[in-house]
Each structure stands twice: as C-alpha cells, then as structure tokens.
Ligand binder design. Sequence first.
Ligand code: SAM
Length: 261
Amino acid sequence: MYFRPKKYLGQNFLIDNNIQRKIVDACGITPGDTVLEVGAGRGELTKLLALKTDKVFALEIDRNLSSILQDNLSALPQVKVINQDVLQFNLLNFFKQSNRIKVVGNLPYYITTPIIVHLLQFRDKIGSIFVTIQKEFAQRMAALEGSGDWGAFSCYLQYYTEPEILFYIKSTCFRPRPKVDSAFVRLEIKRDLPLDEAREKRLFRIIRSSFQQRRKTLRNSLKGVVSSSRIDRFLNQHNLDMNIRGEKLALEDFINLLNVD
Ligand code: SAM
C-alpha cells in the first residue's frame, strides 16, 4: 500500500535490507527478551525483531501507519502494535512484569533528545537502548572528554549510560533520503549511580552552566552557581589549572567538584 511519508513526523524509512538485518543482529535479542520498538513505521524492522523473540511492542504515533502496521504484522501474534506518542508512553505502568527491556528505534530526528531523555526516566525498566540517529548527534553522545564534540549532553548521557557507536549508515539507505548520514548506537544503562536525585539535579546545573559560555574559565562560568572558594578547593585538590575552562572537565571532575568538602 502506498504511503506518503510525513516530514513533520521524521518519517525517513530505512529501506536497506542488509542494514535492517545488521541492526537487529547487533541488538543481541534472545528468546524471552521484551523489545519495545519506538517509531515502528511500516514494520520492516519489527518483523525481523519478531523472529528473535515473542514479545515485541511496536509504538507508532501515526494513526494511518499504525493501521498499515497492524495489517503488515497480522500474521505475527507476538507483535503488539501501540498507536501512541512515545513521549506519553509510561514504561513503568505498561511493563509491570518485564525488566531489562531492550528498546530499539530508528528515531524521528526532530525529537531524538526528548525521546532519549524520556526513556532515561524509566531506566530502571530498561537494559539497553539501540537507536539510529543523526551521525553528528551520535558523535556528541559518545564524545571523549575535552574533544570538540564534548558537551553538556555528552555528560548527561554518559552519567546514565555507556554509549557506543556500533556503525554508521549512509543517508542513501533511507527514503525519503535525509540530508545527513546516521549512526547506530547502543546505550547500555548504568546501574549503581553515584548520586541521589537531588544531587544529580545539582550536578546537571553545574554542567549546563560550565558549557554555556565555552570560552569562559570554570570560575567565571560558575559564578552564582558554585562558590569560588569551593571551586578553588576543587582545583587545588585535583591539581588543575586555576584558569581551566569548564569544557575541559571530565564527567568525573564535575562529580568531584560537587563532592568537594
Ligand atoms: N522504523 C521505521 C524504519 O526504520 O523505517 C520508521 C522510522 S522513521 C525514522 C520514525 C518513525 O517514528 C516514523 O514512523 C514516525 O511516524 C514515528 N514517530 C514520530 N514521532 C513519534 C512519536 N512521538 N512517538 C512514536 N512514534 C513516532
């Protein structure tokens, strides 16, 4: 059935069968795994996921696509199609029995960040997240501290997960063809985080301020956020340059700054 893709919903369908298989293989799904697919589209990936496990939940916001999906997947009772916005989807309520869920998705580019942030709210339910996203965005996620791609979002993501770029995907593998290439990324959820929720909030406030004006020194960018005596103690204790810029700090440094006496 012909379907006219909706640009405003980020509908760039993956049409390369080899890449579809490569993606599903890389997810390492074993029978019994619960899989949540975000933005199932016409169901090409969904069908391959359903060959690996009998618990696949396919989320799709577009009502027309959802009914096409239902038709395409009618022979696969192990797949449940859910016509819902992922940003309204509560994993805690939905997956009462399942834990360590694998989330898989060729994400709509226009809301990649909100989707990741939303999913991370339910990280206790999730084992790993496998996503196809814009290449540049993937590089920011997996950036090394101090590199040009390193930023507040890298810190946020690396606090909660271990990101790894598994492979790149050319824009020619999608229809309609997007302007940029993509990357397939695994985000392994970290357990045993070092801070409680209130301190996490404070940590991310410090990180955001440190990266807001990249050319400023850490002391200047944190004026009004962390006292200068505390910053001095932190820099001294860790043998760091008094004029270091915030963008040069590693995630661990920010945690140390928060914890300094
Ligand atoms: N999985 C298909 C594929 O790989 O070809 C489609 C991927 S396409 C990049 C993104 C899909 O996400 C589209 O089908 C779009 O309708 C759906 N989508 C967009 N926004 C969404 C949202 N907020 N919640 C759930 N699905 C969404």
